[in-house]
Design a protein around this ligand. Structure first.
Ligand code: DX5
Ligand code: ZN
Length: 222
């Protein structure tokens, strides 16, 4: 048995002046588009406010996977669901009421996801697995694209896959995913892959998504 592989390109390093066009370029081969929302408080970088994000969500040809790297996430996360995101990810380190916020995302019609920064232990959060549709293991410190994949996160991915067991929960990795690193993450059990610079720095982003998918499919052992 194997899990379905999903590739969710991040537009963080795409052309911000034409995000609709950039999303269209990858829409034939990608499953969702990954939207990195940063507030310059939770992470030392700023991307979009809610209004700009809503515009992108409205024009996107692909379902939107919003990754909220913002401090006031309990209040804003349900609004991203309401705005039409297919999936909304909150950081365990940012929320004050994980269960309430995950439930509010689901009740506003989106898949609910929980993200863990590299230094965050998974053990305290296993209790929330029944509230999530996706778990995101960060493989870089959140904030910037183009960073090096942290291979010391592989044991956390393996543990997450084991804890998920037969539950229908996607296991996403984000940060430094490329042709060189996607196989190790897939072998460990990831099935949903964010790739930013690997896709948008490629001469043919759409073809790169397909190649990443083939590599992940071939590497999958579970
Ligand atoms: C980092 C973001 C990532 C990033 C991925 O904080 O969450 O989604 O854009 O970019 P690459 O694939 O270049 O590491
Ligand atoms: Zn991200």
């Amino acid at each position: 048995m194997s899990n379905q592989i999903r590739i969710t390109p991040s537009i963080l390093n795409a052309n911000f002046d034409d995000l609709g066009g950039e999303i269209e370029r990858i829409s034939a081969t990608s499953d969702l588009v990954h939207l990195d929302v940063m507030d310059n408080i939770f992470v030392p970088n700023f991307t979009f406010d809610f209004q700009r994000a809503s515009e992108i969500i409205a024009i996107s040809k692909l379902p939107v996977d919003a990754h909220l790297m913002v401090a006031d996430v309990d209040l804003i996360a349900p609004k991203y669901a309401e705005a039409g995101c297919a999936s909304v990810t909150i950081h365990a380190e940012a929320t004050t009421d994980i269960r309430m916020t995950l439930r509010a995302i689901r009740s506003n019609g989106a898949r609910a996801a929980l993200a863990l920064k590299p230094k965050t232990d998974i053990a305290p959060y296993l209790t929330f697995l029944d509230e999530v549709d996706m778990l995101l293991i960060m493989t870089v410190e959140p904030g910037f694209g183009g960073q090096k994949f942290m291979s010391d996160q592989i044991p956390k991915i393996t543990r997450a896959r084991a804890e998920i067991g037969s539950r229908d929960i996607w296991l996403q990795v984000d940060g430094g995913i490329s042709l060189e690193t996607i196989e190790s993450a897939a072998v460990a059990g990831a099935d949903t892959f964010v790739a930013g610079s690997a896709v948008f720095n490629s001469p043919d982003p759409s073809a790169m998504v397909s190649t990443l998918r083939e590599k992940a499919n071939a590497a999958q052992t579970f």
